[in-house]
Design a protein around this ligand. Structure first.
Ligand code: UDP
Length: 251
């Protein structure tokens, strides 16, 4: 969050946000499943100005081997922001922010992955941010969840992620960059379709009432995103023809 007086920016015009959205409206979302030939599962997502790709590899052998767990698969998640994805060129390579985002995103997905099915193996998730406009961690988690399904990884449920924020003393859904950078708070969540929360972070200040309102709003957003994820997967897999099985009569 940039230390700047939020009064310097007018966040609303005629009751609508800078990009014309209502306070409780998501940015447009586009999801494409199975975009990378060499990955076991992949997904490309656009959430407003965010363009993110997720690739899943595995379950596969763990390297280095000392990381392997006898009773379950380990999950690795690497969030990476391309240097060209932001206005001011980002220095390439991992930094404190990408380590944090990788950790919380892994923790958002791991509870639904049936890791005990694949002892001594690893499920690798790579998330590449090609264009950033606030909300890249939630976009990454949404893409990664779809890519995990595309890879055929057994999961207890889907995970959908969305943020709410506070700008000019108003709670808004899915903040874009100006709202995130100059707003008063940002609250990203991830959850299952049943509403079990696997990620909840908060940056800035919210009163208890505002906090509850922001969580409710983000959960509603996540539910809507779940529908879009589900539809993208159904669309991809309903296009595939069922394998034809030839059964020969016994002679
Ligand atoms: N950002 C940037 N340069 C950076 C990191 C972030 O311009 O090195 C921008 C980018 O648009 C990002 C936004 O700031 O989406 C908000 O970043 P934050 O750390 O809150 O994570 P996010 O909202 O993307 O999950």
């Amino acid at each position: 969050m940039i230390d700047m007086d939020e009064n310097d920016i007018s966040f609303f015009k005629d009751g609508l946000r800078l990009d014309g959205r209502r306070t409780d409206q998501l940015r447009p979302i586009k999801i494409e499943v199975g975009v990378l030939a060499r990955a076991d599962g992949s997904c490309y997502i656009e959430m407003g100005g965010n363009k993110v790709i997720a690739a899943v590899y595995g379950p596969r052998e763990v390297h280095p081997r000392h990381l392997q767990e006898v009773t379950r698969a380990i999950v690795r998640y690497r969030y990476n922001m391309a240097s060209f994805s932001v206005e001011e060129r980002k220095r390439p390579g991992p930094d404190r922010r990408s380590y944090e985002l990788s950790k919380v995103s892994r923790e958002a997905l791991e509870p639904v992955i049936l890791t005990s099915y694949f002892p001594r193996s690893v499920i690798d998730v790579f998330v590449e941010v090609l264009q950033a406009d606030a909300g890249t961690r939630t976009a990454g988690i949404n893409a990664a969840a779809v890519a995990l399904v595309d890879a055929g990884i057994p999961m207890k449920s889907m995970i959908s992620a969305c943020a709410a924020g506070k700008v000019a003393d108003t709670i808004v859904l899915d903040p874009m960059k100006e709202e995130d950078n100059f707003g008063q708070a940002d609250l990203p969540i991830a959850m299952t379709p049943n509403g079990d929360i696997t990620l909840l972070q908060m940056d800035g200040n919210l009163s208890p009432d505002e906090f509850h309102m922001a969580v409710e709003m983000a959960m509603k957003g996540a539910r809507d995103i779940y529908e879009i994820q589900r539809r993208a997967l159904v669309e991809k897999y309903s296009q595939l023809e069922a394998p034809t099985v030839e059964v020969k009569a016994c002679e």
